[in-house]
Design a protein around this ligand. Structure first.
Ligand SMILES: Cc1cc2nc3c(=O)[nH]c(=O)nc-3n(C[C@H](O)[C@H](O)[C@H](O)COP(=O)(O)O)c2cc1C
Length: 214
């Protein structure tokens, strides 16, 4: 079921209730009221641990290894649409911790990122390689990927975008800058290899608000 905001697909989490988004705005979310911790919903299918806040770069190596393998799961939109990503960069810029993700304009996730300016990046477990395949080949325009993969969402602490409860860790990121990959300045070799159809990526610079292990 595709509910409004998080609806029945969202369970547990860090103890804050997500609110409906304000399309078109890139404003920080309003403060939320704490809710009882781990109020697991009826859609819960997995024993989910209490998320523990960890250091910003504590799971960086694991994240990069996943980018090279079956991918990480980028979640956008208040309803939590997961998309597999294989490209990304983590590190300091402007004296802030930044997670850069590259998203092609043809993706449903692109529309969601443009309207809300927030995302989570979830590190899948080994058991979720199949989910990475589905989330990397099907669009949230056509199917509810959370339901299709048997996953659940949990509310983030800092964002209106949820995270995947069954993932092993997640980043909460707020977009502070974007830029586009452009023909004029890209190596012609990479242009030919990676963009035969155009659809050049937009790079979203997400300031990492916090990182949690589950
Ligand atoms: C391993 C893997 C890595 C991927 N990396 C990216 C990426 O970094 N950026 C991107 O735009 N698409 C990437 N994709 C493709 C998207 O995940 C795919 O088009 C997805 O269906 C888009 O979902 P959406 O329409 O719900 O946003 C990747 C796919 C796979 C399988």
């Amino acid at each position: 079921m595709r509910g409004s905001a998080l609806g029945p697909r969202c369970s547990g989490g860090i103890g804050f209730v997500a609110r409906a988004g304000s399309p078109g705005a890139w404003l920080p979310p309003s403060p939320r009221s704490p809710s009882p911790l781990l109020d697991i919903g009826t859609n819960h299918r997995h024993t989910v641990g209490m998320p523990t806040k960890i250091g910003t770069y504590d799971v960086m190596q694991e994240s990069v290894e996943r980018l090279h393998g079956s991918g990480l799961l980028l979640v956008s939109g208040t309803n939590g649409n997961p998309m597999t990503i294989g490209w990304g960069v983590i590190g300091p810029i402007w004296g802030r911790p930044i997670f850069q993700v590259l998203v092609r304009p043809s993706r449903h996730s692109f529309t969601l990122l443009e309207s809300l300016g927030e995302f989570t990046v979830c590190i899948p477990t080994d058991e979720q390689k199949g989910a990475c395949g589905t989330c990397g080949s099907r669009s949230g325009r056509d199917i509810d990927k959370i339901e299709a993969c048997g996953l659940t969402l949990a509310p983030s602490e800092h964002l209106q975008v949820p995270y995947i409860a069954e993932s092993s860790a997640h980043y909460e990121c707020r977009v502070v800058h974007v830029n586009d990959v452009v023909n004029a300045t890209l190596s012609s070799k990479i242009l030919a290899e990676r963009y035969p159809q155009g659809d050049l990526h937009r790079i979203y610079y997400g300031e990492i608000q916090a990182v949690y292990r589950h």
